[in-house]
Design a protein around this ligand. Structure first.
Ligand code: LLP
Length: 422
């Protein structure tokens, strides 16, 4: 469910026509719907009503301050993976007890900052990290609350580059080694074990891998408790997919997901932490662009737009599919044409869509790359000296620029000449 719909033939974000935003802010620009973000958070949170739980939004999906503040105001915590994300979460007013820290390469400085912030849990991914965290915490005269991220060796059946729960992936501690790592943790002066964490991958549209992973998690928790470890919290990770195509990739409802959690872990009296990212932000955002040229070569048509791979890298990095909609809906009788929607960046991989049937578009027409709210703007860069794409938040009939467009001068101002060049 999202709030990007045609009204009187013009694609709107909530009640704001997208061509109005395109004209006022310029293109390319990311546009987010506040109502969609709110709805996704609420539906997911409500699916776990009556169970102790905390939804820690995986802010790597979209970490704009306005987005974080909106979610934090609804009660969301944050799943962070760096000191930078910690700083952003704190700037958005998220209290430490609502923050969990994932990631395989936490530095001493990041550990210190997170300890000082009083975060809820470090999701520890290796023995060297556990030992170092204990040293850093002990030196600060405290104990780090820890969940060990266990890798259940479950194949989530998702894209190679976003699968994390298989034995050969770099994430987590092997299922077989888990028991001895908890025994080690119990002996470390700077560690206080709180729970178990898992995250098996992203864009998962099938409940079976979750069921398998959570069943293993339940078995592990039972075993660890028997061995005397005080396991109170279960971090279930993120991973619920969104419908990019809308037909072949319909994800399960949060309620069905919660039913799997109940069935597998419900008897263990746990507090759950969930880390959804994509399902909160994914279809709450679009990338709005404008056709620069229509180029015909030997029977092939390229729509050359101003949205580049530097603005949205998902199509080329993950072979991701994003629907593309013209902002002005063509009359029904107009026949689609097959085109490649490409960008202006000097790379063959610079495309939004290939061999896509779309209504014919002309130079100057606006289009929307759909379902771009998660892992869009956050993965953008300034390649080809294209200034970072701006972001806009819509709520009802109002819109606001929540990240202004940078100018080339801003990029140049970041560089310095070496002293001998001056
Ligand atoms: N928790 C952990 C530990 C994670 O590594 C991730 C995502 C999440 C939660 C959130 O997963 P989600 O609910 O969003 O599936 N850039 C890629 C996705 C990378 C996901 C990385 N980890 C993409 O655009 O598809």
């Amino acid at each position: 469910m999202h709030h990007f719909e045609y009204r009187d033939g013009i694609l709107h974000a909530e009640e704001v026509p997208l061509d109005e935003i395109a004209r006022s802010v310029g293109t390319p620009v990311y546009v987010y719907s506040a109502r969609t973000l709110e709805r996704h958070y609420r539906v997911f949170d409500a699916a776990f009503a009556n169970r102790p739980h905390l939804v820690c939004y995986a802010m790597k999906a979209n970490s704009n301050q306005a987005v974080l503040k909106l979610l934090a105001d609804l009660g969301a915590g944050m799943d962070i993976v760096s000191g930078g994300e910690l700083a952003r979460a704190q700037a958005a007013g998220v209290p430490g007890e609502r923050i969990v820290f994932s990631g395989v390469g936490k530095t001493d400085a990041e550990m210190r900052a997170a300890l000082a912030a009083g975060i809820r849990s470090f999701n520890v991914e290796s023995v060297p990290e556990l030992i170092r965290l204990s040293e850093v915490a002990a030196a600060q005269g405290c104990r780090a609350p820890v969940s060990v991220r266990v890798n259940p060796d479950v194949d989530a059946g998702t894209h190679e580059k976003i699968s994390t729960g298989r034995r050969a992936d770099k994430f987590g501690i092997s299922w077989l080694q888990a028991r001895e790592v908890y025994d080690l943790a119990a002996t470390l002066p700077g560690i206080e074990v709180r729970g178990v964490a898992m995250h098996i991958g992203s864009q998962i549209t099938d409940l079976a891998p979750f069921e398998k992973a959570f069943t293993l998690m339940a078995e592990l928790i039972r075993m660890l408790r028997e061995a005397g470890h005080d396991i109170r919290h279960a971090d279930l990770g993120g991973g619920l997919g969104v419908p990019y195509h809308g037909d072949t990739d319909i994800p399960p409802e949060p309620k069905e997901y919660a039913a799997v959690v109940d069935r597998t872990l419900g008897h263990l009296d746990l507090e759950y932490v969930m880390e959804p990212g994509r399902m909160i932000a994914g279809n709450a955002g679009i990338l709005l662009g404008r056709v620069i040229f229509v180029k015909e070569v030997e029977g092939k048509t390229f729509l050359i737009g101003d949205t580049g791979m530097n603005d949205l890298i998902r199509p080329t990095l993950y072979e991701a599919f994003h629907h593309i909609l013209p902002v002005r809906r063509p009359p029904k009788e107009v026949q689609p044409v097959t085109v490649d929607v490409v960008g202006p960046v000097c790379e063959t991989g610079d495309y939004m869509a290939r061999d896509r049937a779309l209504p014919p578009m002309q130079r100057g027409d606006f289009y929307a790359v759909m379902t771009a709210g998660a892992y869009g703007a956050v993965q953008s860069c300034t390649y080809n000296s294209r200034p970072l794409v701006p972001e806009v938040l819509v709520r009802d009939d109002a819109f606001a620029v929540i990240r202004p467009r940078l100018e080339a001068e801003d990029l140049i101002a970041m560089d310095r000449l070496a002293p001998w060049q001056e």
